[in-house]
Ligand binder design. Structure first.
Ligand code: BGC
Length: 255
């Protein structure tokens, strides 16, 4: 197995999150990780100065010489960060793609973390049949430190949707229904599940999706909260759990 990136189908995926940073080489033809991810907690304060050295350390582990794809938990356009709700404001307008590309002297693509996870689930996970022409509208959400969102029409992504910041009960939806809120407020599965339901009902009404896919670590326990969801739309738990972010980050090098 070639791990250093000289095989064009092998791309190093970096998943930068509000809680942790993960890096692993990905085989783009199978959507599988080529080795266990290297992980570190997201340092606090979560500024470019504290986080980039962590990314660098994790990447250096792989002695990578090929392409890199990176997911980031905020709005990303043309390699620049425009929001970072769960990180430090020092990220705003930060040219992350150029900074990383210069550090590693390698080509780098950058994508929103939820867009990345959605891409991976549609191609390699539970959403395969939803990526074909005529398959319709897919809404994908990650419920974690924040609420991440991605929307697809016939498998094509509309990037940077940020539905987790839609107003719900007078605040950002993610401040009311993200997974971390369940922990922080010590909510039962029923209490939290009903909050997620309220968020999803609003999304369903606004977008009339053909399917809704729920990703993030919580997708491994759908039986705990799916019983409280009262949507008309088919709802599926993602299959790739936390690997989707790394795989989709690597996939961003091809779009
Ligand atoms: C950010 C999104 C991100 C989501 C999940 C939100 O706070 O605004 O860009 O996708 O968290 O990390």
């Amino acid at each position: 197995m070639n791990r250093n990136g000289s095989d064009k189908n092998h791309v190093l995926g970096i998943d930068i999150g509000g809680t942790g940073i993960k890096v692993a080489p990905v085989d783009l033809s199978s959507g599988k990780l080529l080795s266990d991810p290297q992980k570190e907690a997201t340092p606090r304060p979560a500024t470019p100065d504290t986080m980039i050295p962590v990314v660098e350390k994790l990447v250096n582990h792989f002695q990578w010489e090929g392409t890199i794809g990176c997911g980031f938990p905020g709005i990303v356009k043309r390699g620049i960060i425009y929001s970072a709700a769960n990180l430090d404001d020092g990220w705003l307008e930060f040219p992350l793609r150029d900074k990383l590309s210069k550090r590693f002297s390698l080509p780098i693509s950058l994508i929103n973390d939820a867009d990345a996870a959605g891409l991976a689930e549609l191609k390699f996970g539970v959403g395969k049949k939803w990526s074909e022409p005529g398959s319709g509208v897919v809404l994908f959400f990650t419920l974690g430190t924040g609420i991440g969102s991605a929307i697809f029409l016939d498998g094509k992504l509309l990037p940077n949707t940020e539905f987790g910041h839609m107003e719900l009960r007078g605040k950002d939806a993610e401040e009311w229904a993200a997974t971390v809120v369940q922990e922080k407020e010590n909510l039962s599965w029923e209490e939290w599940g009903k909050r997620v339901n309220e968020f999803l009902l609003k999304m369903e009404f606004l977008f009339s999706p053909d399917v809704i896919i729920i990703g993030g670590g919580i997708s491994e326990d759908p039986q705990k909260f799916f019983p409280y969801l009262t949507l008309e739309t088919e709802i599926l738990a993602a299959r790739m759990a936390n690997e989707a972010g790394i795989v989709g980050a690597a996939m961003s090098s091809r779009i």
